[in-house]
Design a protein around this ligand. Structure first.
Ligand code: S3P
Length: 453
């Protein structure tokens, strides 16, 4: 089921064939898609979702929720219908749950299982099997769940949920929406008040959606500025009608490509601009990027706009580490933008990037160097000296390595568009985890030649 089920890597060379001109729409937000399936699967009645991201990560979540009793169907119209089992109603899955490449599916589902009296075995691909799960095992053990994991707290991993779950109060030691959400989801089937204290705010889709489904959740800011999220468990969830906005993390690749490729003039429609997600666009504007928001509105309880982007001369910047959680997935593509800026870009506070689908600091350093960029790796970031707008040389003789990481593949595809010689990406299969139509959209815009050209 994962992208890596296909035995052989799918390499592809990316080189610009022209500016990006026109209007596109990117698929639905991955974080919101996961959550709409999970909460729909716990509500009593039928939740209807439009704009769901049909990427492999989200399909892994859907398969797991089906294996635990929910009925989930895609209609020909593209709408998804999810019939839930009710809070507390998850069933023992018959086999292992294959999470493919998806850390979000794994960590959030571990939270759900932790407060149900069932046992589940989580498996994943080579990338996911290297990622740390201790960060969720720790709080979920306090809830009463039991874990048997591979050494180092890795997958494969077996969770037996607590028959009598205990409400906990947990202060997040890392700024992680996945850990926050795992604890809150465990709290849904736990009597009493589960509390998560978040010193640094992270994406708040779980809180927004839990409220939308009727969970008893409140958020308060305490005296030292931390967010205190309280959830009273065992409330019944009401089914919802959800429209998923476009994913800002997917839009990011097209926004940066349009800024970098001369002559580009692109509108990316329907982009989710939740403030806990959208910092990349602010940083790019500070660098001189022409990105104008049109038609600001609300979709599915989230702020949304169309982004009008024009080719721009960019200037290097020191990125404020305080914005890292609000653009944590966008650094790989920001590094590409920095590689063409004039002057130096300094990023710090990115240690979490080392435990994503790959070590994104070292993977991007190596890939950008191959493409001709000037990059220095530090413990917690990259320092990049840009080309002052010149195209990169390109990486024609050796493919860049993506390490089963969709965002490295797409970022280096953008670097290819912004290069003279093109960039060969060693494996494009992981792109299907989050953005299956990425290459098709580039082809439709005429920014790359079709595979048969
Ligand atoms: C996500 C949270 C982030 C992000 C991931 C999706 C989510 O991870 O990197 O792609 O949907 O909650 P962390 O919360 O671990 O930083």
């Amino acid at each position: 089921m994962s992208s890596h089920a296909t035995a052989t890597a799918r390499p592809r060379r990316f080189v610009a064939t022209g500016p990006l001109i026109g209007r596109i729409r990117v698929p639905g937000d991955k974080s919101i898609s996961h959550r709409s399936i999970m909460l729909g699967a716990l509500a009593v009645g039928t939740t209807r979702v439009t704009g769901l991201l049909e990427g492999e990560d989200v399909l892994a979540t859907a398969a797991a929720m089906r294996a635990m009793g929910a009925t989930i169907e895609r209609h020909d119209s593209g709408e998804w219908a999810i019939e839930g089992v009710g809070v507390g109603g998850l069933l023992q899955p018959a086999g292992a749950l294959d999470m493919g490449n998806s850390g979000t599916s794994t960590r959030l589902l571990m939270g759900l299982v932790a407060s149900h009296p069932i046992t589940a075995c989580f498996t994943g691909d080579a990338s996911l099997s290297k990622r740390p799960m201790g960060r969720v095992i720790e709080p979920l053990s306090q809830v009463g769940a039991q874990f048997t994991a591979y050494p180092g707290g890795r997958l494969p991993l077996i969770v037996t949920g607590a028959a009598v779950p205990v409400p906990i109060s947990y202060r997040l030691p890392v700024a992680s929406a996945q850990v926050k959400s795992a604890v809150l989801l465990a709290g849904l089937n736990t009597p009493g008040t589960t509390t998560v204290i978040e010193p640094v705010p992270t994406r708040d889709h779980s809180e927004r959606m839990l409220r939308g489904f009727g969970a008893d959740l409140s958020v308060e800011i305490d005296t030292d500025g931390a967010r205190v999220i309280r959830l009273n468990g065992r409330a019944e969830l009401r089914p919802q009608v959800i429209e998923v906005p476009g994913d800002p993390s997917s839009a990011a690749f097209f926004v940066v490509a349009a800024l970098l490729v001369p002559g580009s003039d692109l509108v990316v429609e329907n982009v989710g601009l939740n403030p806990t997600r959208a910092a990349l666009f602010d940083v790019l504007r500070l660098m001189g990027g022409q990105i104008v928001e049109l038609n600001r509105r609300e979709v599915g309880g989230e702020p949304v706009a169309d982004l009008h982007v024009r080719h721009s001369a960019l200037t290097g910047i020191e990125v404020d580490p305080a914005v890292v959680p609000s653009m944590v997935d966008e650094f790989p593509v920001l590094f590409v933008a920095a590689a063409l800026a004039s002057g130096r870009t300094v990023t710090r506070g990115l240690e979490e990037l080392r435990v994503k689908e790959s070590d994104r600091i070292s993977a991007m350093r190596a890939a950008l160097e191959l493409a001709g960029a000037r990059v220095t790796e530090t413990e917690d970031g990259l320092i990049i000296d840009g080309t002052c707008g010149d195209l990169l040389r390109g990486a024609n003789n050796a493919p860049v390595t993506t390490h089963l990481d969709h965002r490295i593949a797409m970022s280096m595809a953008v670097a290819g568009l912004a290069s003279r010689g093109g960039v060969e990406v060693d494996d494009t299969r992981p792109i299907a985890t989050s953005f299956p139509v990425f290459e098709t959209l580039l082809e439709q815009l005429g920014a790359i030649a079709g595979p048969n050209a």
